[in-house]
Design a protein. Structure first.
Length: 210
């Protein structure tokens, strides 16, 4: 688990003043928690985002308090690329979360060597799980994937306690044979993964009827 330190910040200090000091303003919140306003050193934020995905649980140390959080939203200056503000979500114990897990393709598919095209059907997969069970990514090994073959949701190495919310028979990646690949229109440019997408949705624990 990735760990980063933060300090509490008084609300009468403007965000712009903090950024001039090399600090990034942030807020922690959750259904069970009053908002906690903090600031993080900019170098620490940059290191953090070089190590995590949107589904990585982060340990945020604020003085003597330790929070386990997920990144909910990130504000970045569109011109300079500098971080402006961060939102962290603090999940509540005893509740599961719904969150999308990034897919990481690993290996070289034999079908691609034979002239096929590897197509990623799902770049991320929504799951439901306890917060501590949510993986930062799900690895899809394509090293045995031949022409016209696919890896399905049910084929993936899901950790115990993680429930994928796509149908088990959905294809995640597929190798399209050369002729089929020619018939498929050129795909739109891929959108880079962004941790600023909608964050986790907390689920109420289910109660059993007697």
């Amino acid at each position: 688990m990735v760990k980063v330190e933060a300090t509490r910040r008084p609300l009468d200090v403007k965000a712009r003043a903090l950024r001039r000091q090399g600090l990034i303003p942030a807020v922690l919140y959750g259904a069970h928690l009053d908002p906690v306003h903090v600031a993080l050193p900019e170098p620490a934020v940059r290191r953090l985002f070089s190590q995590i995905t949107r589904s990585t649980m982060v340990e945020l140390q604020v003085h003597s308090d330790l929070y386990r959080v997920f990144v909910k939203e990130v504000q970045v200056d569109p011109i300079t690329g500098r971080f402006l503000h961060l939102d962290f979500y603090v999940p509540e114990a005893g509740r599961t979360l719904e969150m999308s897990i990034p897919v990481k393709v690993q290996g070289e598919a034999p079908g691609v060597k034979d002239g096929g095209v590897l197509e990623i059907i799902h770049a991320e997969i929504p799951v439901e799980a306890p917060p501590e069970k949510i993986p930062p990514q799900i690895v899809v090994d394509v090293s045995q994937l031949g022409l016209d073959e696919a890896i399905l949701v049910r084929d993936l190495p899901w950790p115990e306690g993680v429930k994928p919310l796509l149908p088990p028979e959905d294809a995640v990646v597929v190798v399209i044979p050369p002729r089929k690949a020619e018939e498929v229109a050129a795909p739109a440019e891929a959108v880079p993964e962004a941790v600023s997408a909608p964050g986790p949705e907390e689920k109420q624990p289910e109660t059993q009827s007697s």
